[in-house]
Design a binder for this molecule. Sequence first.
Ligand SMILES: [Zn+2]
Length: 270
Amino acid sequence: MSELLELAVVTDMHGTERLSDFMLQYYGRVKGKHARIRTIRANPRASDLGVRYIHEDLNRVFPGNHESSSYEQSRAAEIMDRLQGKNVTYNASENSLLAANHDPVDLVLDLHRSYADTDPFCLISELSEAHKTIMRCFNMRRMIDISFNGKLTGTLLHHFSGVMLEFGRLEEYGNTEYVQRCLRKGFHNLLSEEHLDPIFVDRFREYGSLSREHYQSLRSKGEEQIQNFERFSKEQRRLLDLPPNTVPAFINGYPDRWCRVLQHVDTVEC
Ligand SMILES: [Zn+2]
């Protein structure tokens, strides 16, 4: 990439997936070979309380509404303003991580964490050269393209170009160090002069989902635990009536859905 990317790193979109403390080291504007980064703490109230959200899931209400009594609706509207470079005044205590500049942002890096036992993966809604740079720098080998999923709406990615990064093993011992290591390496690659070889990234689309009951019925039939991004066994596919090129991807925060069922689309050089 020749042009410098204006990148906004969004943390704490879900209050239980806090990474704002880690991002403090990148406070303000950090400039490197590929990008200039700034950080936005998306849902500070939920993050301070350790809950996913205050009134509703922030990552389902974009572009938001300044007039709404829902905290997340008004917060989404503020974040959109900031990403678009609008010159507006905010509550300073809630926006302490916002760098004091108003340049419009090219790309958003939206950081999430999950309980799933999984290597990092990402969600995208488009795939430009800038997106591919992010894949390469953060060594993302799997992406879920949400543009195939007509039912999902209101995420930040539906309204702003970006990459949602998911880091698993939220409850595992040493997990914080694990996520920090992944992020530190990614930001190092993004900001350093080092050359990175292309990588090959598997792209998936959402095929369906499994409920907890589905999953438990598999276990009661003696079927083994299903692993993130590992193919279902023949018997699991038969029991669930799934085609061969499908894999599970576990998700947080949905009472009715236990995991996504993904279908492999292609492999992309990034
Ligand atoms: Zn999340």
